[in-house]
Design a protein around this ligand. Structure first.
Ligand code: TP9
Ligand code: MG
Length: 573
């Protein structure tokens, strides 16, 4: 089989031009796993753009997603041909469903040898990723690489932001034919604001929104991540404070108001009534008569059915994109525009309006406080709310105001994180709302710690999700990222056991139970110091140690959930 020429040359190649253009667009990191295309690209061709080797391509995709999300710039991930790209595909799925401007790149067979499903390791890469990307293309002529990168970045940064993909035949990647490194710089992109007829007419709709807000007794702002991307967080806070309007967020928009802010009514999940044994959604939404959704995104899993309880409500949808889900959310008023522009407009247009009397959620707050302070020493393992309460305590001691990140993998514990984990800044709590692939935790913590090097990062993960992707513990150790990981271990895919209970009023162990893994030994084998904690006191001490260490640290905590067959009740969604 023909392979790429390995004759070294000093001429700039498509690989140089690719990295240079990515750098000019603000990309500073390429996460990935390299295959035989190493003959065409070393990743040291261009200053200011680093390669981070991961153990699995999924890790590369999610780390790029989170680094891009927090820095507000595109970031890149890399896979080799065939199985490299199929491994990366769940990372790409994460950045489309979670909305992050990731530039996914993969090597492809030589341009004269692309026979998908016949040539060694050759698959039709563009067709594989097309349904989950905003732009997907294969390089045909080396000198066009700069234009392809420009198109990929523009598509990725346009709302709804998401991944773009370029397939790179290895011979073209190593080719110097027609390569010109002196192309003019691209314009700087922030997530692109909407333009066009719908956006232009938004002032009329905004005037209606002002009237609806004036008439409302108990308005509530429901905020999604597009509001963060538009830079509207300070404006939303100012508006909410002036008019005394509560703010409720999706999982990933936690931190729009700081954790302890009196107008922060929290993030919601469909599991909350069951977890708290309390009618939480009714308390939060029942009295509301106007819901204003700012940057609402159905993919963030806050469903309209969650607010449709109690009295009749009117709804205003403010979003940079046209409504993709009218069947589940048909607002009274739809305003398609940039969230920041709308909030600024609303702020000016409501200058004379007196503050609202917000509805009281004291009973819910008391229930949460009582639940979290649970002093019981359970014989069969800690409870997850005790674990998160301990993480909050040490995060508050460790982080400066408006700093720190709590990352959550996917599992039942994640819903406790959504409800209780502290987040004092936007993206101060990270989980995958849209894609929710388990194994998200390690790569998301890597991305967060790289984006916020001076701040603490705590990760909570379950045994199931964590061990599905635990090889990248070695990446954390190699990069010496001071991430404090807490593995809540019940030797079970606990959330799935809950569903067995819900569906059958009984469980079936072979489908959800594991034999025990020694997570302390696993961490140490990967170069990460670790310990085990079985009580609040031990956990607090271990978290404090980890937070001060300046190196990665892992704490295994045996846990148990309290749901009995049939005991959790129906979900609230
Ligand atoms: N495969 C992938 C890639 N992602 C998901 N989300 C599933 C399967 C289905 N979810 S959430 C979960 C599964 C199997 C189990 C999580 O178990 P855990 O030990 O990490 O957490 P816990 O607290 O639920 O036991
Ligand atoms: Mg588990």
């Amino acid at each position: 089989m023909s392979r790429v020429s390995t004759e070294p040359s000093n001429k700039p190649t498509a690989a140089h031009a690719l990295l240079k253009r990515l750098r000019e667009h603000g990309v500073d990191t390429v996460f990935g796993v390299v295959g035989r295309e190493a003959a065409s690209i070393l990743f040291d061709e261009v200053e200011g753009i680093d390669f981070v080797l991961t153990r699995h391509e999924f890790t590369a995709g999610v780390a790029a997603d989170v680094l891009a999300r927090i820095t507000g710039r595109p970031q890149a991930c890399w896979a080799t041909l065939g199985p490299g790209l199929t491994n990366l595909s769940t990372g790409i799925a994460t950045s489309v469903l979670d909305r992050s401007p990731v530039i996914a790149l993969a090597a492809q067979s030589e341009s004269h040898d692309i026979f998908p499903n016949d040539t060694h390791q050759c698959l039709d890469l563009v067709s594989i990723v097309k349904p989950m990307t905003k732009y997907a293309v294969e390089l045909q002529r080396p000198h066009e690489i700069t234009d392809l990168v420009d198109s990929a970045v523009t598509a990725a940064m346009t709302e709804p932001v998401g991944p773009s993909f370029i397939s790179l035949p290895v011979d073209l990647l190593g080719s110097a034919e027609g390569i010109d490194l002196d192309r003019p710089q691209p314009p700087a992109l922030t997530p692109a604001k909407p333009t066009g007829a719908v956006a232009d007419g938004w002032h009329t709709a905004a005037a209606k929104a002002v009237t609806m807000l004036r008439d409302a007794e108990h308005p509530v702002l429901v905020v999604g991540a597009a509001a963060i991307r538009s830079g509207a967080v300070p404006a939303i806070r100012a508006l909410a404070e002036r008019l005394n309007i509560p703010v409720i967020t999706t999982y990933i928009a936690k931190g729009v108001l700081p954790h302890g802010h009196e107008l922060n009514y929290g993030a919601v999940t469909g599991y909350m009534d069951g977890i708290l044994g309390f009618p939480a959604l009714e308390t939060l939404f029942g009295p509301a008569d106007l819901i204003v959704t700012l940057g609402y995104d159905y993919a963030e899993d806050l469903r309209p059915s969650m607010w449709e309880r109690g009295g009749e409500k009117r709804t205003v949808r403010v979003s940079p994109t046209v409504n993709p889900v009218p069947r589940v959310y048909r607002p009274t008023l739809d305003v398609v525009t940039d969230v920041l522009a709308f909030v600024n407009h609303l702020d000016k247009a409501t200058t004379g309006l007196s503050a609202k009397e917000r509805h009281d959620i004291t009973p819910l707050r008391e229930r949460i406080a009582e639940f979290l302070s649970d002093p019981e020493q359970y014989e069969d393992g800690m409870r997850v709310h005790q674990v998160i309460d301990s993480m909050n305590t040490v995060m508050a001691e460790t982080a400066n105001a408006a700093e720190g990140t709590i990352v959550s993998d996917i599992g039942f514990f994640r819903h406790y994180g959504v409800l209780f984990a502290r987040a004092d800044q936007p993206f101060g709590f990270l989980t995958s709302a849209g894609c929710s692939s388990f194994g998200y935790g390690i790569p998301a913590a890597i991305g967060a710690q790289m984006a916020r090097p001076g701040q603490p990062t705590f990760l909570i993960a379950g045994d199931g999700g964590f061990h599905s992707n635990s090889a990248d513990l070695e990446t954390i150790a190699r990069l010496n990222l001071p991430i404090v990981t807490v593995v809540v271990n019940n030797d079970t895919n606990g959330l799935i056991e809950l569903y067995q209970n819900l569906g059958h009023h009984r469980t079936h162990d072979p489908a959800v139970k594991f034999t025990g893994v020694d997570f302390v030994g696993l961490a140490e084998a990967n170069g990460v110091e670790a310990s085990r904690a079985t009580s609040r006191e031990e956990l607090l001490a271990a978290l404090r140690k980890g937070a001060e260490l300046g190196r990665p640290y892992l704490i295994e905590v045996p846990v148990n959930y309290d749901f009995q067959p049939g005991g959790f009740g129906a979900l609230s969604i």
